[in-house]
Design a protein around this ligand. Structure first.
Ligand code: ZN
Ligand code: ZN
Length: 581
């Protein structure tokens, strides 16, 4: 998929135009297109050819023609021209928190800054603080941001590369001589981010398999190819390593390279106690090979049941297996086909790219029984939040679709993602909220407030009887924004007390709450919903990443409200109102 490459190009075009002081409308067009393309789960090439890309709001003629040019030629002429207008090295500075294109322009004009090292030196020499609009505090923040970014190792959010890796795996399985193939590593464990992908293969003629592998579509560069191992880079920049082993070692190899390191260290300890030795070729007693073809046999030899990859973190899963308690948990563990409806979806009424009916039809195709449309509330102007009048219009449209029967038993719920304002008040009055089926309350402003203030804001929102759930409870965005300061324990206690659900936001840049927090919240008796925060139909599939988090946190089906079928879900979301009103 060329989605990520294109998203990066449009983002950069927006930055360059902004740096050059061009029309903000044009800047916004590119930034918006970049965001939309970044978030697509489907291959942009397929969406383009089928005409579906053109249907997404925010993708206009000028963007479409550039997408077409890139798909045909691998280049965008206009982008090359723009790049030539700015010094090389300056664009990467745009990703440093606290600078922005206007600030960067000032640094360039006054101090001739064109790259990372020059800016670090200028900060250290205290030159930056002397510029108008900067000051010592800002200089300090810029320097912090610079040093942090320089040290950070980029890891791909899993959703950004997921489809590509799955497609590649399918094609590996079709290579002549391949018997079994699986992706190992953090990809298989459904971690939030992945550094690279490892494909383990069993089969004959390793050299032939690897030769064929390096010729597959979607590969941009071959790093190495040997008799049993190979390495390539995909179009999206991800490195993929492949390893071919004999059939008898496939399970051991998969287990070994799936990790996590901590999980495997503990397993090796248990093996040692029992007089065994495990490595990537199998489990051995002395020199005698005991098993290795299937993962199950490795675990079984150690007296354990097979542990799903998402759980392999050494967070108690091995002890539970030893005590014989894991089996019952696994029977109830939330699975990828357990979700019955999406509870966090935007439509073109606010900043979504598609209509309500389009979102609903796609949700129904996923096998869902319902969807909740949760557009933004009135104050969030940047996302075209709905004034009350337009909210009423949306309700009319939802009622009409539901009554028409065109979706069968599938139901569209009236929802909102209402802003939690700076004092914790909500962005719609109670007499509006009470007529909304599902109210998600979220923080979209004032991220830098103190822990006390933010915690209070969310608690006040939960005290409102009409708030069903808290959206993305920590506000973090992977690789971009840290969580805001919030006392989660207070939030968990209040969520339990008020019967407010907490969201596991499955949008792959958020994954918020993450598994660690979900696990703690569960101990406080909290119930959850998993929502995708979809802004177009392509994103509905992201639900799998939220489920991955939930599985790692060992949530069972009953912990997640939208695993319930329609009637039960409807009852559950009324519970809080019944109790408080
Ligand atoms: Zn939100
Ligand atoms: Zn949202």
């Amino acid at each position: 998929m060329k989605n990520y490459e294109l998203a990066k190009i449009f983002d950069e075009m927006g930055d360059i135009l902004d740096f050059l002081g061009e029309n903000p409308f044009r800047v916004r067009t590119y930034k918006r297109a970049s965001q939309i393309i970044y978030g697509l789960s489907d291959d942009i090439e397929i969406l383009f050819k089928s005409g579906k890309l053109a249907e997404i709001k925010g993708i206009g003629e000028s963007i479409l023609s550039k997408v077409e040019e890139f798909l045909k030629t691998g280049k965008i002429h206009n982008y090359e021209e723009l790049k030539a207008k700015v010094p090389q090295g300056i664009l990467e500075l745009l990703n440093i928190p606290g600078i922005g294109p206007k600030g960067l322009k000032a640094l360039y004009d006054n101090l001739h800054i064109t790259n990372f090292d020059e800016l670090i030196k200028a900060c250290e020499d205290k030159l930056v603080q002397k510029l108008p609009g900067f000051g010592p505090k800002k200089e300090e923040n810029i320097l912090k941001g610079l040093l942090r970014t320089k040290e950070a190792v980029f890891r791909f959010p899993i959703g950004l590369v997921y489809e590509d890796v799955l497609n590649l795996l399918e094609r590996v399985r079709e290579i002549k001589g391949v018997k079994r193939a699986e992706v190992a590593g953090s990809f298989r464990r459904m971690k939030e981010t992945i550094g690279d992908a490892d494909i383990e293969v069993s089969g004959e003629d390793g050299a032939g398999i690897i030769k064929n592998f390096t010729q597959l579509d979607g590969i941009k560069e071959i790093i190495s190819e040997g008799d049993t191992k190979g390495s390539v880079i995909l179009h999206n920049g991800l490195q993929v390593d492949i390893r071919v082993v004999e059939s008898g070692s496939f399970g051991a190899c998969l287990q070994y390279f799936t990790g996590s390191k901590e999980h495997n260290v503990k397993l090796r300890g248990i093996a040692k106690e029992k007089g065994f030795k495990i490595n990537e070729y199998g489990i051995f007693k002395g020199d005698k090979f005991i098993a290795g073809e299937n993962e199950e046999d490795i675990y079984k030899t150690l007296g354990l049941i097979w542990i799903p990859p998402e759980l392999r973190e050494d967070k108690g899963e091995i002890e539970l297996a030893q005590a014989g308690e894991l089996e019952d948990i696994l029977k109830e563990l939330i699975d990828y086909d357990d979700i019955k409806g999406d509870v966090h979806c935007h439509s073109s009424y606010s900043d979504g790219g598609e209509t309500i009916i389009a979102m609903a039809i796609s949700a129904k195709r996923l096998g869902y029984e319902y969807i909740v449309i949760t557009d933004h509330s009135q104050s969030l102007k940047i996302a075209k939040g709905l004034e009350i009048e337009r909210l009423y219009k949306q309700w009319e449209e939802i009622d009409k679709i539901n009554k028409s029967g065109e979706l069968g038993n599938f139901k569209i719920f009236k929802g909102t993602e209402v802003d939690i304002k700076s004092d914790g008040a909500l962005d719609y009055p109670d007499d509006v909220l009470k007529n909304i089926d599902f109210v998600i309350a979220s923080i979209h402003s004032g991220f830098r407030e103190s822990e006390q203030v933010i915690t209070k804001r969310i608690i006040r929102a939960m005290e409102n009887p009409y708030v069903t759930a808290i959206g993305h409870p920590t506000g973090r965005i992977l690789n971009t924004r840290d969580p805001y300061n919030v006392n989660l324990i207070e939030i968990f206690k209040k969520a339990k007390e008020t019967n407010t659900f907490l969201e596991i936001n499955a949008y792959f840049d958020r994954l918020d709450l993450n598994d660690v927090n979900v696990r703690i919240a569960k101990e406080y008796g909290v119930k959850f919903v998993i929502g995708t925060d979809s802004h177009n139909t392509s994103q509905l599939k992201n639900i799998r990443f939220g489920i991955g988090q939930a599985r790692r946190a060992m949530l069972i089906k009953g912990d997640v409200v939208n695993t319930h079928p329609l009637a039960e879900f409807e009852r559950e979301i009324k519970n809080k109102r019944g109790a408080i009103c």
